[in-house]
Design a protein around this ligand. Structure first.
Ligand code: HEM
Length: 237
């Protein structure tokens, strides 16, 4: 005769706590992801000013925008924004790491096989694209903020730094590949964010995929256009 182990109150409580903290981690991922996405959109809209000509004062639109942001810094505003961005990034990476460890430790659950496969594929893609984006941001800061990997960096001359920096084929290639990784990351991220925020029923699947695809495509097209235009010599110089 086989004796089946019954879950004790302690095991049930542990399972409930784990489920609650997994939901908590997903909420942290969603909220910080949304903040980082907000930055990416705002940053892209700012950078698209590279297509604009010089103003009547002879100053490039992108340089005037850069100066405006630096002046915000004197009042401390930009440092508050940078600290918020860094905190969002650290929390996003920390929650991603905790969720990854949790999924490695979990028993494979066999029911709803298609769904399990789908989410494994999505999380695998996130674990490759996420570190690639992180490496890109380090390179990007060295390229356009600190200038140590830029062949002709000039302090404060943002338009010059972008147009000449991205006219280099190797640098342009890095940006294009990184933006594709960002697009894939955003696609899965927005799709899963919409699930976490409550649009989890199967009838919303097309809406989730459509919204995620449209927003990710917007970011990829807007950002990739800049290195391509720089390489082709289409940016005002
Ligand atoms: C073609 C695409 C992009 C262009 C042309 C671009 C351009 C720039 C430029 C010119 C700066 C330096 C501004 C200055 O110091 O005066 C900058 C800073 C920065 N960029 Fe980008 N960027 C691009 C994409 C991205 C993406 C996709 C991310 C994030 C995933 C990103 C993250 C940052 C960060 C974190 C900074 C530092 C902001 C600060 O000063 O605190 N950039 N970018």
């Amino acid at each position: 005769m086989s004796v089946q182990a019954q879950p004790t109150a302690a095991t049930a409580a542990r399972t409930t706590n784990q489920a609650t903290s997994t939901i908590g981690l997903k909420v942290v991922m969603a909220v910080t992801g949304l903040a980082l996405f907000g930055f990416v959109i705002g940053h892209m809209l700012g950078n698209l000013q590279v297509y604009l000509p010089r103003g009547v004062d002879g100053v490039w639109a992108l340089d005037a925008y850069g100066k405006f942001l630096r002046e915000l810094g004197h009042g401390g505003g930009i440092w508050v924004a940078r600290a918020g961005l860094l905190a969002a990034l650290v929390l996003h990476l920390g929650a991603a790491w905790a969720l990854t460890r949790r999924s490695w430790a979990a028993r494979p659950v066999k029911y709803r096989q298609w769904n399990a496969k789908q989410s494994t594929y999505a999380s695998r893609t996130m674990r490759v694209s996420g570190p690639l984006i992180f490496l890109f941001v380090v390179y990007h800061l060295m390229h356009l903020t600190w200038g140590n990997v830029h062949h002709d960096y000039r302090v404060g001359a943002v338009h010059h730094n972008v147009t000449t920096g991205l006219a280099q084929p190797l640098a342009a290639g890095v940006y294009v590949v990184a933006m594709l990784a960002l697009g894939i990351h955003l696609y899965h991220g927005i799709w899963s964010l919409l699930q976490t925020l409550g649009l989890s029923q199967p009838r919303y699947e097309n809406l989730r995929r459509g919204a995620a695809g449209a927003l990710a495509a917007l970011v990829v097209v807007g950002n990739v256009s800049i290195p391509i235009a720089a390489l082709a010599g289409w940016l005002p110089a």
